[in-house]
Design a protein around this ligand. Sequence first.
Ligand SMILES: *Cc1c(COP(=O)(O)O)cnc(C)c1O
Length: 420
Amino acid sequence: MIPFFNISEKIEKASDKALKLCKEQFEYIDEITEFNQLKVQKAFIEYGVSESHFTPTTGYGYNDRGRDTLDKVWAKVLGAEDALVRHNFTCGTHTLATALFGVLRPGDNILCVTGTPYDTIHNVIGISGENMGSLKDFGINYSEVPLKNEHLDYDAIENAIDNDVTMVYIQRSRGYELRPSLSVDEIERVCKTVKGKNPNVIVMVDNCYGEFVEKREPTEAGADLIAGSMIKNAGGGIAVTGGYIAGKKDLVEKCAYRLTTPGLGREVGASLGHNRELFMGLFYAPHTVGEALKSAVFISALFEGFGYDVTPKFNEVRHDIVQSLGLENAESLVAFCQGIQSGSPIDSYVLPEPWDMPGYDSRVVMAAGAFTLGSSIELSADAPIREPYYAWIQGGLNFHSAKICALLAAQQMEDRGLLK
Ligand SMILES: *Cc1c(COP(=O)(O)O)cnc(C)c1O
C-alpha cells in the first residue's frame, strides 16, 4: 500500500509493473549521473571553489571572484573555452537572445537546421512580432531547413551552406513538439557537415533541457556557442534565476559586451549573493537531471501501460528531459494536470484550469507546483487543449516525489472515469 495517499489497486499495480520495466533505464541513468557528477566535482576541485566565492558583491561588482570562478568551473564542465553564468539573465529566451545579438551583425545570415525554433525565439528572430527590435529589424536574415520525417536532413543542410551563412542554429530539445530530441552525436555530425563546407560558420546550440542528459555536451562535439537556462537542468533546482552562455572565447566575450555594454563586458555585474546558489545548483545538476530523467521514464512506462501513446518510450535513449503523453481528449488533459498539481509540494491546493495564454492559438492547461516560479526542472506539465491532445511533462527534483504526482494524475483520471 502506498502510504499517505489514496491510490487505487489498479494504479498501484500498474505502478509496480512500470517500475520493474524501468530498472534497466534507471541503471543507465545512474551511470550517466555518476559520470557527470565526477566531471563537475573535478572542476570544483581544480578551481579551488571556496566559501569566499559565495561572498556577495554590490555596485559595479568589479573583481567578483566567485562570479569569475563560476564561469571557469562551468566552462571546464562543458569542455568549452569560456562561459558566462549570470543571475541577470532573466530566462532562457533572454540568454539565447543575448548570444544571438552578441555575435551577429547587420547583413549576417542565420540558418536554423532543426525546423522552426521554440516559440519564444520567434520574436527574437523577427519571424513574428513587429517593432520589437528583433534580429530582422537589425538587418539579420533568417532562413531554415525543415526536419525530414522528424529528423535532421543532412543533405539539405549541406546544400544550404554557402559562404554567406554566418550562423547555423540548432535546437537540441524537442521543446513542445513531438519530434525526438537531438543527440550530441547528431549535433556533432551537423557541425562536421557545416564546417566541411564553410569553416567560418558559427554553430550555435539552444541547449535548454539537454544539460547532463548525456556524458558529452555540444561544446565537446564541435558547437561554437551554446546557451541555456539556470532554472532548467543546469541550475539543479537550486538556482533561483539566471542563464549561461558558453563556447569559444571570442564569441563569449562578444556576448558579454551585449549582456552589459561594449567595453565593460564581463568586468561588471554584482552577484548580490547569488553565487552560492549558482555553485550549489551546478553541483546538484547531474543528480537532479538524473531524477528528472527517472521521473520521465517512469511516467512513460506507467501511461504506456494504461494504453496511451507516449514519446519517448520508457526504453528509448533520451537526449532531453521532456516526456509527452497522448491523453486523447481535453478532459483527460485537465484531469492529468490537476492530479499532478494536487501532489506538488507547493501550491497543491490550486486547481489548474485551461486559459488563453498570450502567444498560443489554443487554450493551455498547466500544472506547476514549484519552489522557483516557472522552474521546469521541477515537475511541471503543460497541455495545449487541441488535437492531438498531448501533455508535455518535464522535471522532477526527486523521483519519489514525481512518482506520487504521476500516480495522483492517473488517479484523477480514474476518479473521473477517464483512465483507460
Ligand atoms: C525553455 C526553452 C527555451 C526558453 O527558455 P525560457 O526560460 O522559457 O525563456 C528555449 N528553447 C527551449 C528548447 C526551451 O526548452
